[in-house]
Write a protein of this length. Structure first.
Length: 215
């Protein structure tokens, strides 16, 4: 197994990206520096990732407050034990859908029985983390990639399944169409070993796009 890289220098990442890709050099100047903030609480991060799937931010936040508050503290993520002891009726009363309550229970089961050892994720390779997380219902490759990038601080993740990253590539590189996932791999190849940082700038490029801009 290759060594796991848990921390990296943003200064070195930006220097590499500037040298490797003039498009990224411009985006770095325009949008400033990416500042990853790795999490020390993977359970809470994964619960929130599932909760916010396919919901507007305001709606998800309202459900979170009601659901977390059910256990006594709107700011504290319920434990795996609390999740497993919650009835369908109580989940629904908090606004949690039947599908998501099954996801939360599966995550809690994987955590409680040791199939998913959250304390070990930071010592695992990117591939092994993805494999472990996607074994849980409701966690797909995209969620696993977001966890690797933003909660484990991994430097070389390219989430080609993310429409925002691919839209950013279209905008930044002046492509006539949004690249396919396979094409996005080619576009991002030059960013390695800092593809997480390059991806962040693609989101920034997509965010600043307006319809009257020519592609």
């Amino acid at each position: 197994m290759p060594p796991v890289r848990r921390k990296f220098s943003i200064r070195k990442a930006n220097a590499h990206l500037r040298k490797a890709d003039p498009i990224l050099a411009r985006l770095i100047d325009e949008h400033g520096t990416f500042q990853p903030r790795p999490s020390n609480d993977p359970w809470s991060a994964l619960v929130r990732s599932i909760l916010f799937q396919q919901l507007a931010g305001a709606a998800a936040s309202a459900i979170q407050r009601k659901w977390f508050g059910f256990y006594g503290d709107e700011e504290a993520t319920p434990t795996p034990e609390q999740v497993l002891s919650t009835s369908d009726e109580d989940f629904r009363a908090c606004g949690v859908s039947r599908q998501k309550m099954s996801y939360f229970r599966d995550l809690a089961l994987h955590t409680s029985d040791g199939r998913l050892k959250l304390s070990r994720l930071n010592r695992m390779s990117d591939e092994d983390v993805t494999r472990a997380l996607t074994a849980v219902k409701g966690i797909g490759e995209w969620t696993a990639h977001m966890h690797l990038m933003f909660h484990l601080g991994r430097p070389d993740i390219l989430p080609v399944g993310d429409l925002g990253v691919r839209k950013g590539m279209q905008v930044a590189y002046g492509l006539s169409e949004m690249p396919t996932p396979k094409e996005a791999i080619v576009v991002g190849a030059k960013w390695a070993p800092y593809r997480s940082v390059g991806s962040w700038y693609m989101w920034r490029a997509a965010d600043t796009f307006t319809p009257d801009q020519s592609l």
